[in-house]
Ligand binder design. Structure first.
Ligand code: ADP
Length: 473
């Protein structure tokens, strides 16, 4: 089967969060299972773009209302990612360092979607299925169905995979004229809550809708940032598929970013060496349990709870534990976290920013990983930490509920229900007690390390849905 994945992110080309990890791994496993898989994404000004060879396989112009943007389709030459990678180069809009966060993001991602479809219809072959990811690609299923120039794709199944339903890519009808020509009888399809809502459009038009965990699919029926009733209406074509992880990239036995590689056989010693390295780097005490957080410092991740919870846990257990935070996001949260540095010197530290290498070292060298999320469509951090023998401490929400079971129920982690400082601190206290009981601690670490969260196990579920929608053609 020929599968196209269209996405704003893909690891290692450009990564902001879990979307990149998924689009960098699932296609590889699908390719290795015998399918022809292509990933199409914008061409940002990234290290990957500079350090690799590309060939221009197509060029054209995107017409966006009165604007006209030249574009090139660049194919990565080596296929070293184990799938074919195509970058949509639109220099005026994407030759920038960041993936998101610009005033013209609507123009950028709409141009990207149009250029991708222009190229796809110009090829000799029509793909068997087009898998779109999140709202940045949400207008593609609409354009395939209704835009005159994409008529060739009307009968090609499209699927939208929702990695995060909080972000929906809304914009006003004043920009309707950006879209390629279509029969205005269908204009209502674009509307949700008086604006064009890219994610809602995809949910309406795609032949199948998937979320990145089964529990998240249940949750969005009553909490989806305004799209609840729509999700209820499309239940018949929806499925929650738990994300996998790339067990080649995330393997403590071979991970080149670690101080010391280790496996199930020697994890106690291996983790301790990584912990010592981390503690050296951040002036922490390696004899005490190390609690870490990695992620975007936003309310959805419970980031706003971290300053207070850290201060309380450290003052109640002063000198009994270390806390290390890696992340960036809300400037107020960042400042609050940094304001604790002087009070808890030697037991607390932060790295405000994004650092892939440090993240790997933290998964390996920490004892516990904090995930106090309010919303977590799947969450990959807990799966990485399990694989690295680090015990996740999670709020039972979204995919965290699907993947982490409390050790009191013979599980692999520590769970609480409320997004509150009290619940986080209670879990930290349980973890400190557990840390003193090395036999139980190691048993739980082993359970985590043995859990199979690989894409190899999950990838067939995607193929089954593709087959289902192809059979409806
Ligand atoms: P998100 O909602 O951000 O996509 P996920 O748990 O699905 O959350 O994925 C987060 C991914 O981003 C993981 O690979 C995690 O290690 C990585 N990550 C998040 N923040 C940082 C950071 N500041 N530095 C390095 N890696 C990070």
């Amino acid at each position: 089967m020929e599968i196209f994945h269209i996405s704003a992110e893909c690891y290692p080309v450009a990564k902001v969060g879990g979307l990149a990890d998924v689009v960098g791994a699932l296609p590889k496993y699908q390719n290795n299972a015998g399918h022809r898989v292509r990933v199409v994404m914008p061409c940002y000004d990234t290290k990957f773009r500079k350090e690799n060879e590309f060939e221009c396989v197509h060029w054209g112009h995107v017409k966006l209302g009165n604007f006209n943007f030249p574009f090139n389709i660049l194919k990565e030459q080596t296929d070293k990612l184990e799938f074919e990678l195509y970058l949509v180069e639109i220099p005026e809009l994407f030759d920038r360092k960041e993936v998101y966060g610009y005033e013209d993001d609507i123009e950028r991602f709409l141009s990207f979607q149009i250029a991708a479809l222009d190229w796809i219809i110009g090829r000799n072959e029509i793909p068997d299925v087009i898998n779109c990811h999140d709202h940045h690609t949400g207008l593609i299923p609409f354009m395939m169905l209704y835009c005159d120039k994409y008529q060739k794709l009307q009968n090609t199944p499209s699927m939208i995979t929702i990695h995060n339903g909080l972000y929906q890519g809304q914009f006003g009808f004043d920009k309707l004229y950006y879209l390629p020509e279509f029969d205005l009888a269908h204009v209502k399809v674009l509307e949700w809550d008086n604006c064009i809502n890219s994610l809602a459009v995809a949910i309406k038009c795609a032949w199948a809708v998937t979320t990145v965990s089964p529990n998240y699919l249940n949750e969005i029926n009553y909490s989806a940032n305004g799209l609840e009733s729509l999700f209820n209406l499309v239940r018949y074509k929806s499925k929650g598929i738990l994300n996998g992880i790339d067990v080649e990239v995330w393997d403590p036995a071979t991970d080149a970013m670690l101080e010391k590689n280790y496996s199930l056989k020697n994890f106690e010693k291996g983790k301790q060496e990584n912990k010592e390295k981390l503690c050296n780097l951040f002036n922490l005490d390696p004899s005490k349990p190390l609690f870490s957080f990695i992620g975007r410092l936003l309310e959805e991740k419970g980031g706003d709870l971290l300053p207070h919870a850290s201060a309380l846990a450290l003052s109640e257990n002063f000198q009994e534990l270390n806390i290390l935070i890696l992340g960036s996001g809300n400037a107020v949260i960042e400042t609050q976290l940094n304001s604790l540095l002087s009070d808890y010197k030697g037991n607390y530290n932060t790295f405000i920013g994004y650092n892939e290498e440090l993240a790997h070292l933290i998964y390996a060298g920490s004892d516990f990983l904090l995930m106090p999320s309010r919303v977590e469509p799947c969450g990959l951090n807990q799966m990485y930490s399990l694989r690295y023998g680090t015990i996740p401490i999670v709020r039972r929400t979204g995919g965290l509920k699907d993947t982490v079971i409390d050790f009191g129920d013979d599980g692999n982690g520590i769970c609480h229900d409320q997004a509150s400082v009290g619940d986080i601190c209670y879990s930290i206290q349980r973890a400190v007690d557990l840390y003193d009981d090395k036999k139980s601690l190691n048993k739980i670490r082993e359970i985590g390390m043995k859990t199979d969260h690989s894409w190899g196990r999950v990838c067939q579920e995607y193929i089954d849905i593709y087959n289902l929608i192809i059979s409806k053609k």
